[in-house]
Design a protein around this ligand. Sequence first.
Ligand code: NAP
Ligand code: MG
Length: 523
Amino acid sequence: MVTEFRNESLANFNNQDVAKKMKDALAFVALHLGLEYPLVIGGEKVTSKDKIKSINPGKPSEIVGIAQSATIDQANAAIESAVKTFETWRYVPAKERADYLFKAAEVMKKRKFELSAWMVHEVGKSWAEADGDVCEAIDFCEFYAREAMRYGEIQPCLNLPGESDTLRYIPLGVGVVVPPWNFPFAILAGMTTAAWVTGNTVVLKPSSDSTVIAAKFMEIMEEIKLPKGVVNFVTGSGGAIGDTLVAHPKTRFISFTGSKAVGLHINELAAKHQKGQRWIKRVSAEMGGKDAIVVDSEADLEAAASGVVASAFGFQGQKCSACSRAIIVADVYDTMVEKIVEKAKNIKVGPTVDPQYNMGAVINKKAFDSITEYINVGKKEGRLVLGGDKAHEDGYFINPTIIADVKPGSRLEQEEVFGPLLAIIKAKDYDHALQIANDTEYGLTGAVYSKNKAKTDKAIKEFFTGNLYVNRKCTGAMVACHPFGGYNLSGTCSKAGGKDYLLLFLQSKAVGELVGQSSGGRP
Ligand code: NAP
Ligand code: MG
């Protein structure tokens, strides 16, 4: 019997026994750094001549693991393997596919601390952020397994007299899944398992910044004995093999999460019909954000400041949902700036292997340089009130940085930075604040703090974001509670973790079957 879905509980690291488990997992991972991981094509483990090093951003001399840099031929072979496997996998009953996914969730629960420890090393997550990532992956597995069973049922339609009329959902075919490095386990697991639990086969191309945790996901697929060829794993830079996978005439759909630039590129390339291609490719592209928290004069200012700081600096501000704009109504502006700065000063930046640090390094040198550049822009566009500098000698550490008095329409107010940099903007009043909040090309997450119900109701009606939060922070969406995905150039509003999500991986077939005396219907 399948029980009702429940979110996986977070680990309480204040409990000494739990903390000990995490320490042991980190010690285990420290002994297994630098190993090499293969491609997996049709269940075969293969290597390539060129390699990709995955490094610890908090200690760039530490090689977390070595992945293959797949060739174009290997990318094509991965698609062919997925094409071949689709011919059998598509007919496996939904319940059986779901059972594989329930097993995957069990393995993830068993290996929870180890999986977290890999992310602490590979992408610089704090213990709590890494644990949240694994819990979300478990939730995706548990939720999509149940959902796949629901969509696997024959759906009744209104019967025409004399007929049995039904609709059933069937898979699409071969999907190319391209996740980002920032939720390197949760988003990867969510997109990949959603694709195969609905009967599709997959070519998974993870981010080059997080190949090791991706390889751990593949180990889990092997451990649950998912049939060979259902998930084919090709590591390699997007620039080298991405276009091959997306443009392949046998690719049926692409599930992408990442930057606006790459998402738009994929969408354009996928739209071009290739010789021999028998369908229009389906693209879901979840992209960036310029998420805002609006603080009204009638708000609980303490709670609002805490919400802003948690949303802006959690995982170094490298969440698509991160608050990168605090838009504050003039009456409480100065007080709020002060409160936000005071709270942000408590953040401890350093190597997150050590739990005293709750903020780690940014993902790589390129990100470090780009965020530094934005800090320089911010210093010109506004007033630096906190941070603005590097935190440690070694590693890509940047202190929590806050720029106040940022003007609507300026670069810092409009462009996604993807780092620990918060812009604070003054609004004349609440309506003006909402207007500023809506005035970007994005529309992913947002929050409002106000005790005035009429005002929060207005935000519910008019704040144009896929995920809106009222009197709470704008990060930390939970599977099943907050289906996730945004508007405009934030993406195609996939609503990951929601009840509509699996439809993106399915098409439907209506069957009208004569079972009695035909009533004819329409001519
Ligand atoms: P990215 O640079 O766009 O990369 C995302 C993925 O695309 C990576 O696996 C990357 O591989 C691959 N890629 C690059 N070029 C490609 C091409 N030509 N064809 C196919 N794939 C290609 O994004 P990121 O830096 O990993 O992630 C950060 C971004 O993701 C931010 O903008 C953030 O807002 C967004 N994000 C959005 C959501 C959401 O739900 N809306 C969630 C999380 C993150 P390589 O890196 O190996 O080249
Ligand atoms: Mg990247």
